[in-house]
Design a protein around this ligand. Sequence first.
Ligand SMILES: C[S@@+](CC[C@H](N)C(=O)[O-])C[C@H]1O[C@@H](n2cnc3c(N)ncnc32)[C@H](O)[C@@H]1O
Length: 290
Amino acid sequence: MSEQESFSVARLIAEAARVLSEAGVPEVRREAMSLVGYVVGRDRTFLIAHPETLLSVSDVLRLRELVERRAMGEPLQYITGHQEFYGLDFEVTPDVLIPRPETELLVETALELLGEEEMPQPVCDVGTGSGCIPIALLHERPLMRAVGLDISLRALSVAARNAERLGVRERITLIASDCFDALAGRRSRFTMIVSNPPYVAEDALAGLQREVRDYEPRVALTPGADGLSLIRRLLSDSPPILERGGHLLMEIGFDQNEAVRQLIDESMWQLLDIHKDLQGIPRTVALRKK
Ligand SMILES: C[S@@+](CC[C@H](N)C(=O)[O-])C[C@H]1O[C@@H](n2cnc3c(N)ncnc32)[C@H](O)[C@@H]1O
C-alpha cells in the first residue's frame, strides 16, 4: 500500500476505529467518522460517498492527535466543540455539561404546558449551562423571553455565545446566581421555572463513565451529599416568584423518583406527572403551583 492510500478517508476511518476500539470506546465507527469528518470539514454523507478522498499530512497528524484524546476518554463533543440538542447546533466546552437527549423531554413537556399563547412573563432556567433548554424554548416560541441562571460564569459565557449564534440573544437574560439568590430584590415573576440541576449523589460520582466523571464539570454533575439539595431549593424557593398556576419542571436522576415525590409539599404543588424518558426511566417532574 502506498503512503498516499493510507491517507484516504476510508483507511483513516478504519485506523481511528481500531485505535478507539482498543481503548474500549463504544460505537467506534460512528465516532471515527465524526473525527475524520471534523478534521476534513465534511459531513458523513460526503465521507460515505467519497471514501477515496486523500487527507493532507498535517490533517492526518491532527486526526491522530484527536483520536488519541478520544481514546484517553475525552468526550467527542469537547473535541469537536459541538452537540446537537432539539435540532439545534450548540457550542460546548469543558465548562458546560454536554446536553443530553433525555433533557429534550423537559423541553417537549415545557412546550406542551406553555401552549401557543403569548406569555406576559418569562421562563426561568436554573443551571442553564450551555443554555440549551431556554434557547430551544425561545427558538420554538418567537415571542417568549427567558432568564438563564447559573453559578458558573464560564458556563454563562458559553450560553451567551449560543444565544447569539442561534438568534435569541435579545430575548434571554443571563445572570450569575446560586439558585435564585441573585434575583432577590428584583421582583422577578415567571410563567414557568425549568431546571436540569446537578443531581448525582456525591458517592455515586466515582461510578460514572470516565467520559463524564473525568471531563464534565463537577459543579454540573453533583450538588454534593445525596444529590437532592438543588431540587429541594427549587421546590421551596420557586413558589414566591412563580405566577399562580405556573409550572416547575425538573429533570431528576434515574433513581430519584421516590425521594423527589417525598419532597413535594402538596399544599404548594400539584404533581402533574413524572414523565418517563425513552428508556422508561422517570425523568421530568412536572408540577403546577397551587
Ligand atoms: C446538569 S447541568 C445542566 C446544564 C444544562 N441546563 C443542560 O441541561 O445541559 C447543571 C448546571 O447547573 C449549574 N449549577 C450548579 N449548581 C448551581 C447552583 N447552586 N445554582 C445555579 N446553578 C448551578 C452548573 O454550573 C451546570 O451548568
